[in-house]
Write a protein that binds this ligand. Structure first.
Ligand SMILES: C[S@@+](CC[C@H](N)C(=O)[O-])C[C@H]1O[C@@H](n2cnc3c(N)ncnc32)[C@H](O)[C@@H]1O
Length: 344
């Protein structure tokens, strides 16, 4: 262990690759990466990152013990008790670790700590179950992180510093690798996502079966919580569709997203993320407009396809102006209108 940062030099790189890297290119790259090496080093790590790591450990300890975190603890207990066979946890849109922004301190560390706390609670539950059943050996869930903005310092903080209260192993993935592995056996955690990201969450497999995670913590969508993502997704898609086709039109993707949101509200119960207002020094925006979604009922794949078609055809002007298709729709004769209407 060293208290110095890595000693890098262009000369060493030149020697290693056996040719001379262009000086301007080297300087450009070095400028971009300079801040990755800037800092005092303590116990082998950059001081800021080590301190952030210690802060995460302290937050995790507080989450376990302090009264102020009681609502959070009991909500996590309920959430975890209803999960079955979680194989992986996917954390999207965590953003980059920034030491301090004026007025907002600790957002990154608190959002990360809450994720780590929930992952550990899922592991504890699955370990208890596996011990009881004496079945296949217990395996901690894989914790995968994806954000195109991640820098090397954030990746380091996630993967290179050990923490006493945070024993899971983190994997940083390149987009779209983490979104591609989201399925029903996933715990998804994505705080303050851009609405365009819903399409990664509300996906179907090739047979039309929903891949939506059984449990997720992300932007609220219910009107009673002030969720506007459905409207934004529809409005944005509509603008895009019209701009791309140079006419007022509705795309298949718009209809699919509408149907997917509708299905989400039917299959998952949405509850507001517990209030964190009792926690001292914590910015109140850290979990605002955030909900917990937990699967409460299944919709068979056939039912899903039917619902998707219903929504598609209902929105299709074609259907509404064609009496026989409208009748088929009202009689739920999906077989008739499925072949008859070609929605763009
Ligand atoms: C509004 S910020 C939220 C950051 C942080 N969670 C917060 O609450 O302050 C949205 C984040 O989503 C990230 N993002 C955008 N596309 C993404 C993708 N495909 N996968 C994962 N993260 C993505 C952005 O880079 C950005 O960091």
């Amino acid at each position: 262990m060293t208290d110095k940062g890595p000693q890098i030099s262009k000369e060493d790189l030149d020697n290693h690759i056996g040719r001379t890297v262009n000086q301007d290119v080297w300087e450009d790259v070095h400028k971009i990466h300079e801040n990755e090496f800037w800092d005092v080093y303590i116990a082998g790590h950059q001081e800021q990152l080590l301190k952030a790591s210690q802060a995460i450990d302290n937050i995790l300890e507080d989450m376990e013990k302090l009264d102020a975190w009681e609502d959070f603890r009991s909500e996590v207990k309920i959430l975890v008790s209803k999960t079955t066979g979680i194989k992986r946890a996917v954390c999207l849109a965590l953003g980059i670790f920034i030491h301090k922004i004026k007025g907002v301190e600790g957002i990154w560390t608190h959002q990360y700590a809450a994720f780590a706390y929930i992952c550990r609670a899922i592991d504890d539950k699955q370990k208890r179950e596996s011990d009881k059943l004496d079945s296949a050996p217990f395996k901690p869930i894989k914790r995968c992180f994806q954000d195109p903005k991640f820098d090397t310092r954030t990746e380091y903080l996630l993967t290179k510093i050990e923490r006493k209260h945070d024993t899971g192993v983190n994997f940083v993935m390149e987009p779209p690798d983490a979104t591609d592995i989201i399925d029903e056996d996933t715990f998804l955690y994505a705080i303050h996502i851009e609405p365009s990201m819903w399409r990664y969450i509300l996906r179907n497999d090739e047979d039309g079966r929903s891949l939506c995670p059984q449990v997720m913590i992300t932007n609220c969508i219910s009107e009673k919580f002030g969720g506007l993502d459905r409207d934004r997704t529809a409005a944005e898609q509509y603008h895009k569709d019209c701009a791309l086709s140079n006419r007022a039109t509705f795309s298949k993707r718009l209809d699919e997203m509408e149907a997917a949101f509708k299905r989400l509200s039917e299959t998952h119960a949405e509850t507001a993320f517990p209030l964190v207002s009792r926690i001292a020094n914590l910015d109140q925006h850290v979990f605002n407009r955030t909900s917990i979604f937990q699967k409460v009922r299944d919709i068979s794949s056939q039912e899903q396809i039917v619902k998707l078609n219903e929504s598609r055809y209902l929105l299709s002007q074609n259907t509404l102006t064609n009496p026989s298709l409208l009748r088929a729709l009202l009689l739920k004769r999906h077989d008739i209108f499925e072949d008859s209407v070609n929605v763009q």
